[in-house]
Design a protein around this ligand. Structure first.
Ligand code: SF4
Length: 239
């Protein structure tokens, strides 16, 4: 993992050797960067997170998808079968954001197509919408091995694409599905049971966190709470 101690070798080496002019300083900087990368590799890091500010401006989701390409920006590309970019309407007023693709999604390259996805479709239909009218995506676009939680560096590398998707779509409401999506979007450690049931703000968008459909399949008695959340979304949607 890339953690708080990652700057240690850089600082040490800079202390050891003082630079004298701009050229010396540059040479030292390159040396330090080499040490830094070697140090990260020694800790097991295979890829360093990309910068969120480097994405150029895109007008359409198709342009953004092209920019993503056959992405190798984080190590999840090594184990995925397909990138699951997202699908639905580019003009959606409502966007659903889950955690990451699962096995079915990884196989088909489409979001929420397994049993949890079928339940999500029924939830969408229950508020008088069709899947084609909303947009469905995830925080990260490639399946983590064995469905483990995405790691901090993977999120940092992939989330700029979600932000761009939202920038292009400009939805009125985002529904964050499950603990991980809600906590990541809202940058909080609060439990989903505390976050759900009311609107929050993410990047100027209204966010309603609710339970993930996969959680509902295991805990059907929680459906009433999701229905309450969805009615609030519907109320906001039609105003
Ligand atoms: S998870 Fe995102 S950043 Fe990582 S390889 Fe997949 S598309 Fe690229």
């Amino acid at each position: 993992m890339i953690g708080g101690s990652e700057t240690e070798p850089l600082t040490n080496s800079m202390d050891r050797e003082k630079s004298h002019g701009p050229k010396d300083h540059l040479i030292q900087l390159v040396r330090d960067l080499r040490h830094y990368v070697a140090y990260q590799k020694s800790l097991g890091a295979e890829f360093l997170p990309g910068s969120p500010r480097k994405l150029p401006h895109h007008h359409t989701l198709a342009e953004l998808r092209k920019e993503l390409g056959e992405c190798t920006r984080c190590k999840l590309h090594l184990t995925r079968r397909h990138i699951v970019f997202g699908e639905g309407s580019e003009r959606a007023k409502l966007v659903f954001v889950g955690e990451a693709p699962g096995e079915d999604e990884d196989r088909q390259g489409r979001p929420f197509v397994g049993k949890a996805g079928q339940l999500l479709t029924r939830i969408i239909n229950a508020i008088d919408l069709r899947r084609e009218e909303v947009y469905i995506t995830n925080i990260i676009k490639c399946r983590p091995p064995h469905n483990r939680n995405p790691q901090r560096a993977e999120i940092a590398t992939c989330e700029p694409f979600l932000k761009k998707q939202l920038e292009i779509i400009q939805p009125r409401i985002i529904c964050a599905l499950g603990t991980f999506a809600a906590q990541t979007l809202l940058e909080t450690d609060e439990k989903i049971s505390h976050l759900r049931g009311r609107f929050h703000v993410y990047g100027g968008f209204k966010v309603m966190p609710t339970y993930h459909p996969a959680f509902l399949l295991r805990n059907p008695h929680r459906k009433r709470e999701v229905w309450e959340d969805m009615k609030k979304i519907q109320g906001e949607y039609i105003t």
